[in-house]
Write a protein that binds this ligand. Structure first.
Ligand code: AMP
Length: 420
């Protein structure tokens, strides 16, 4: 089905053609007509499904048809869990709005940077505000904006918003919104707290479920290489140098490991930087920019980078440490193979993490052949390394007192990375 059959304005179709989007994704096909009709929508969809354009296109169309007002009242509020996702959603909307006859003003606000430029930018209002909840509340408290005119609320990655502890902020923001409004709710997972939030927000919603298979369908080759945990950095260095990868995003379990692994790669002459939540916003933006500009070959990141970040032409993702859950696995590998390109996701599996990887495969209904690289064949067995702490942290929700165990495992992983 072409985009033209979804009822979109020719100016939006032109922007889509320019971006090279040939046909709508499953979530776009289902959501766009419903949102245009003013319906509430709940979508179970991950990054990579095309959900941003699924809500952005109809929102822009509604705005294009609304009368101009000065100052611009905030008509659409998009709440997202992270600064990176905020920036990315904002960029995406601006590029889709390129050819609309009336200029649409999009304000992107998030914490970790000075509030003043954001307050200045909100003078004169904004049509669409993309925000992380904490900074939005700060801005409201500074009288920089009001939510009284919002007609559409989007919660993007709602599960992550709650995971990151934004529940209270969310309640406060919801209380400031007009009761009559359209609600669009997107989440990768639907645990009971998310179902309850969706039920409290949505009015007779259209429910859209994009099957997992369709979401990971972008052409991503999944590989698993067996290697002893202490040799992972050497193997990574070997692969980066021998496979001719232009860019690699490497996932590790802790900020500390990100620093150490990036440092070791740099010492081996590879342009590498860490990326994690303790870096300043300026540094994080710089690393991402350098990665996008191909100044950096390797970024070693914690799961902060697993969602939201969109880097086209990222050929390889490496799970140096396995993700905690199957859902995180999907998010991580979804960083490659974006926008119709092919990609590769490689997981390092050691004797200690083999059982955990098998669980991920089971949950993903996957079977990934184990490979070994000459010179890096593992010598440790599960039995020999059984005394070592598990370096995966366990599948979410499957163990008691998981936070403590995770902290322990993370600390152990940091130490392991330090030794390498
Ligand atoms: P999202 O799930 O919104 O993060 O989008 C995932 C990626 O797919 C982004 O790189 C988008 O630019 C791209 N994308 C979104 N819709 C389409 C489409 N219809 N055709 C091709 N690429 C798309």
């Amino acid at each position: 089905m072409p985009f033209s059959s979804l009822g979109l304005l020719p100016t939006l179709l032109r922007a889509l053609a320019e971006k090279g989007y040939v046909a709508p994704t499953a979530i776009q096909t289902a959501a766009i007509p419903a949102i245009l009709q003013g319906r509430d929508v709940v979508g179970s969809a991950q990054t990579g499904s095309g959900k941003t354009a699924a809500f952005a296109l109809p929102l822009l169309q509604q705005l294009a048809e609304a009368p101009l007002q000065a100052p611009r009242p905030v008509r659409c509020l998009i709440l997202v869990p992270t600064r990176e996702l905020a920036a990315q959603v904002g960029e995406s909307i601006v590029s889709l709005a390129n050819y609309l006859p009336k200029k649409v003003k999009v304000a992107v606000v998030f914490g970790g940077v000075s509030i003043n430029p954001q307050m200045m930018n909100l003078r004169g209002g904004a049509d669409i505000v993309v925000a992380t909840p904490g900074r939005l509340i700060d801005l409201i408290d500074h009288n920089a904006l009001t939510l009284a005119s919002v007609h559409t609320l989007v919660l993007d990655e709602a599960d992550r918003l709650l995971d990151l502890g934004f529940g209270e902020e969310l309640d406060r923001i919801l209380g400031l919104l007009p009761a009559q409004r359209q609600n669009l709710f997107f989440s990768a997972t639907f645990p009971p707290a998310i179902e309850a939030l969706a039920a409290s927000l949505l009015h007779k919603p259209l429910r859209i479920e994009v099957p997992m298979a369709e979401q990971t369908a972008p052409d991503i080759a999944q590989r698993a290489i067996e290697v002893d945990a202490p040799r992972r950095t050497q193997l990574l260095r070997h692969l980066v140098q021998s496979e001719g990868w232009s860019r690699v995003l490497v996932f590790v379990a802790t900020k500390h490991a990100a620093e150490i692994v990036a440092d070791k790669l740099r010492k081996a002459g590879i342009e590498a930087e860490p990326f994690h939540g303790e870096l300043s916003q300026g540094k994080r933006s710089q690393v991402l920019l350098d990665f996008k500009m191909k100044i950096l070959q390797v970024v070693v990141a914690t799961d902060v980078a697993a969602r939201g970040i969109d880097i086209t032409q990222l050929p390889v993702v490496v799970n140096y440490d396995l993700p905690r859950s199957a859902v995180d696995y999907t998010h991580r590998i979804g960083r490659t193979g974006r926008a119709g390109e092919s990609g590769m996701a490689i997981s390092f599996v050691s004797a200690d993490t083999e059982a955990h990887f098998r669980l991920i495969e089971k949950r993903q209904r996957l079977s990934v052949a184990r490979e070994q690289v000459a010179g890096f064949e593992p010598v440790q067995s599960g039995a020999t390394s059984a005394s070592a702490p598990s370096s995966n942290g366990g599948i979410k929700g499957k163990r008691p007192s998981k936070k403590d165990k995770l902290r322990e495992a993370a600390a152990a992983r940091g130490q392991a990375a330090q030794k390498e």
